[in-house]
Design a protein around this ligand. Structure first.
Ligand code: SF4
Length: 686
């Protein structure tokens, strides 16, 4: 007789956090059905969610530990593999070890990795791929508002009177958030969309503003100038809730940011900018949605500060239908940051350099020989530079569920960096492009095979629930970490038996999660942090009465527009920008092993404006060579009027035409995010 069960869990793809039921037949996950009691998605799903069961039982899953011997991976027992790791790791100084946690794994795994790095290896170098997507959000909003997270909830979007979507293709990348935009529009909200590409999101807009990638600060300053000139600013909010307004005003009122000059910088017609300023300034409840179109620039933090500035200017914070809504990419980017998988903080952004926080974790963890020094470590992008530029300074890399050999900028540089690593461990569910470089590869469980939590883009902490057993000998990431720690002599510091044990230890050290229990999180609505006590209802909207700075005030940061690090010239005359598509996810490790998704979009492409293509003599579908100062790829051309003339676009999921062979690893000086969204490119017929 067939054994059939339905297990409610959370989607492992984007940061929206949709719930669904996994259908499990005779112990194997075979399908997805709606879970209508989820307040986030009410049973609806995008294609990635609908097919999120397909990769789970892929024959490519890693099933046993592997140790590289004479250049080839050979199977090993867990005992042998963890022994080997411990013996090797003991030979390195703390400063020679770096760890990467993961925005795809659970909060429990990220907390365990943070504890392994700082407590066992005693290194300060821990980071993860939020560095590549939203580190500018964390740095920018933390300094503007005192908290670096999305201010309002997904459901709250429906209450907006005006939605300004900037640098986010919401309808393809966060489709179930896009659904809330549609509902707001039905309620009468005006939708403004600004992006170099006329994406499916643009097709929903009342006003679409096409602009040159890299001109965000000029656009936002121009909008603020118009709002101030027309007297639409919220004087009461500015006076009572903020500081440093005059310094910001002085910058935005400069002639550089007149509508006509902004048109010259950005390409947005002055009349469109005026219309947008009126809707934003007079709606009474404008929300901004943004994503990596804003963050992935050498001025990423300035861009985020400018978004915060315009919302404070109009008093559009701390109320329903307003807010700065940074849409996080991967399912657990927010959680991995919250768990302290960052080079500057323990959990909940408690600073490593703060003596009180350092003492709290040192005492709380109870390592007899102490923990890492109270100082900041390297960001992942800096780790790669150190590996290539300062040989011998970093020697060991321990990576959990990340794939920098496809996700990071300038892959030739990344390859050279990974070749410099003396000893490398990778925990993952598949043999990734990065794992190929490792000395030891360890098989991990995926979301369908375990209990745990993740924190969605709206700070909602949600449960994963085990639907089936893991393949072969695969183990939970935190279990693997605890085994390695035990082999290093720290079994007593990793006593956990269940994911709930890990969560309970974490929340006792983490004020914003302290009031959450697995029992409370089992409800479909779960909880938004901050949730400081077990009777606290959670906090869907931040900054209601005051900002999170000690004085309760929001801070205006004046920002001048600066061009991208690399601009088009005679040799490389176009701007290249990169991103994702509806059907695939990040480096494709999961979606390219999902037949239904891969069938829809089997490979990558480069989008070229119709006029540019005609001038280059390129036709739709033709193979072309795309080249930057860092590399070249052969890729099919997609000729379309939907992308701005002078700008080209590539998705970065596809190893056979890897967009990141071309991208620039120039970094924002504050948060060290690379400039994925603008570099100079040329394209030739082949
Ligand atoms: Fe999953 Fe995001 Fe799609 Fe929801 S919108 S089903 S979370 S990929």
């Amino acid at each position: 007789m067939t054994d059939l069960k339905y297990v409610t869990t959370t989607c492992p793809y984007c940061g929206t956090g949709c719930s669904f039921n996994l259908v499990v037949r005779d112990g194997k996950t075979v399908g997805v059905t709606p879970f209508t009691r989820s307040p986030v998605n009410e049973g609806k799903l995008c294609p990635k969610g609908m097919y999120a069961f397909e990769f789970v039982n892929s024959p490519d899953r890693l099933t046993t530990p592997l140790i590289k011997k004479d250049g080839k991976f050979v199977p090993a027992s867990w005992d042998e593999a963890t022994d080997y790791i411990a013996q090797k790791m003991k030979t390195f100084k703390p400063s020679e070890i770096a760890c990467l946690a993961s925005a795809r794994t659970s909060n429990e795994d990220n907390y365990a990795m943070m504890k392994l790095a700082r407590g066992v290896f005693k290194t300060t170098h821990i980071d993860h791929c939020a560095r590549l997507c939203h580190s500018s959000t964390v740095a920018g909003l933390a300094t503007s508002f005192g908290s670096g997270a999305m201010t309002n909830s997904i459901l709250d979007i429906e209450q907006s009177k005006c939605l300004f979507i900037l640098g986010s293709n919401t309808f393809e990348q966060h489709p179930l958030i896009g659904r809330r935009v549609t509902m707001a529009k039905k309620n009468g909200a005006k939708i403004i969309y600004a992006d170099p590409r006329y994406t499916p999101t643009g097709k929903q807009a009342d006003l679409y503003m096409q602009f040159r990638s890299g001109s965000d600060v000029a656009i936002l300053n121009g909008l603020m100038q118009l709002i101030i000139k027309n007297g639409w600013e919220n004087k009461e909010f500015i006076a009572n809730r903020t500081k440093d307004y005059e310094a910001m005003k002085e910058i935005v009122m400069k002639d550089t940011y007149s509508p006509e000059n902004v048109e010259k910088i950005s390409g947005i017609p002055a009349a469109q900018l005026k219309q947008a300023a009126e809707w934003i300034g007079t709606s009474g409840a404008t929300a901004i949605l943004y994503s990596m179109g804003i963050t992935q620039h050498t001025v990423g933090v300035d861009n985020v500060h400018s978004v915060a500035n315009i919302q404070m200017l109009c008093g559009n914070l701390g109320r329903p239908g307003t807010g700065v809504n940074a849409l996080r990419g991967q399912n657990n980017v927010q959680g991995a940051c919250d768990m302290g998988a960052l080079p500057v903080s323990f959990t909940a952004y408690q600073k490593v350099i703060d003596p009180a926080a350092h003492k709290k974790f040192e005492e709380g963890w109870g390592f007899p020989d102490g923990i890492c020094e109270p100082k900041n470590g390297y960001e992942v992008t800096v780790m790669m530079d150190v590996l290539t530029d300062k040989p011998g300074e970093l020697k060991a890399l321990y990576i959990m569920g990340e794939n920098p050999m496809l996700s990071d900028p300038d892959l030739t540089h990344v390859k050279h960096a990974l070749e410099e690593v003396e000893f490398m461990v990778v925990q993952d569910i598949f043999m990734t492009e990065t794992a190929e470089f490792a000395d030891v590869v360890l098989p991990a469980t995926c979301y369908a095979e375990r209990d745990g939590t993740q924190t969605s883009t709206e700070r909602r902490v949600q449960k994963w629930r085990k639907a089936q057993d893991a393949p072969g000998e695969a183990k939970l990431d935190w279990e693997i970490i605890a085994m390695v720690a035990a082999k290093m002599g720290y079994a007593a510091q990793f006593p956990w038996k269940t994911s709930e044990d890990v969560f309970n230890e974490m929340r006792m050290l983490t004020p914003s999660y302290r009031g959450m229990t697995y029992e409370r999180l089992d409800k479909p609505e779960a909880l938004h942090w901050p949730c400081p006590e077990e009777t606290h209802p959670g906090t869907p909207i931040l900054h209601g009465a005051k900002f999170a700075h000690p004085d309760g005030l929001g801070i205006f940061f004046p920002c001048e527009w600066k061009a991208p690090a690399e601009v088009p010239d005679a040799e490389y005359p176009f701007i290249l920008t990169t991103g994702r598509c509806l059907w695939h996810w990040h480096t494709g490790t999961m979606t390219r092993r999902s037949d239904s998704l891969d069938h829809e979009v089997p490979t990558g492409w480069i989008e070229i404006n119709t006029e540019d293509a005609a001038e280059l003599g390129i036709t739709d579908g033709e193979k072309v060579k795309a080249m930057t100062r860092r590399g070249e790829v052969i890729v099919g051309a997609k000729v379309t009027p939907d992308i701005m003339k002078g700008v080209m676009f590539m998705p970065f999921h596809f190893v056979e035409c890897a967009a990141n062979m071309l991208t620039n690893n120039a970094l924002d000086p504050v948060c060290k995010i690379p400039e994925f969204k603008a570099c100079a490119v040329k394209v030739e017929k082949i």
